[in-house]
Design a protein around this ligand. Sequence first.
Ligand code: ZN
Length: 397
Amino acid sequence: MIYRCFITGLLVIATGCIPAQYMPQFDQATLQVRRNEIANQAERKPHDIKEDPNIVLSRVYERLLPHAKVACLENGEKWLDSSCSNWSLKVVDDENFNAYITPTGDITFHSEVFKYTKSDDEIAFILAHEMSHHILNHGMEDIVNSEIMGATTGLLYGILVGAIAAGLGASDDIIDDVIEDAVEDGYASGREAGRLSYSVDQESEADRLGLKLVQLADYDWLAARQVVMFIGKDSTELRSDRSSSHPSGPERLAAFDSYSSASSRELNPLVGCIMGNCVNGNGTYIWADGRKYEGNWADDKVNGHGTYFFPDGRKFVGQFQAGKINGQGVFESPNGHKYDGEYQDNKRHGWGTYRWPEGHKYVGEFKDDEKHGEGTLTYPDGRVVQGQWDNGKFLAD
Ligand SMILES: [Zn+2]
């Protein structure tokens, strides 16, 4: 399993798809100031955990969630599989200060985090940082790149080690075990080797979005800065180098400061008209519950051609009139339902084709969302029922 980590970060990958550099570049003096600040911060001592970490974590999660969902929508294709709302949380007993997220959105916090953090505001930044890796699709980059680099390296390495074991006269069973272990080891090393080159950028990008999320959720962003200082205490090199899995402390703090001064000047709302003209013209609008519309507007209402996205992955592309679906359009849901046809006031109405995930298909007339009038229903096995329908019920052929 591949993790994105807050502190120790195992890293990514490879050649081939190098993303744009993200970490800003700072001069020596700027970094030196941060290094001093990190060195002079008050030492943190572990404290007793007063409140169940699971409760703390879910409380913070609930407050970040609406903003994280919208950020998910803004950041491309993630919303499509509705993974934007499926993060899971877990706290495990572990004495390393760390938190990480899997590519599928499972977030783990080590208990140690709760002994060294001072407030929900600090936890919020760590959690928002992990969610940001997911929102920004860093996990997918890891998987794709690991498959390119890691798998190839692992396989070669495994075959090589297997050959050595066979040469030593090991039994077939043992050789198989040896190969399996070696493939895993090789996979891990290939993965790490490739990943090193841009994890610093991914970490910094996750800090930036994490900061934005805590600000939108109205957490104290200065607490986030304290966290960046604390985790920077062990890495005081002025700059990260190509082999770094995470940004150096001073560099990370300088980047954080550049993000916070920029965002306090213009904290772009993630809700509302995020692009274009959403009154009269063409614009993209995001609602607080995660719905999103891209297309034409008239008199402050969706009107003309557009695409409407639902947070659960359903999508409609077609004609709108005065705020409602009216005219021709295609509706699709992630679980395989599809309607292509006429609408009236948000309902299937007129002529259309409806397909079910199991393979049924109805072609014919609709009224108020139901089969109504002339129509043909085809079953997955090829049987056809043709005739008259009345509010969804088959009357006669
Ligand atoms: Zn991270």
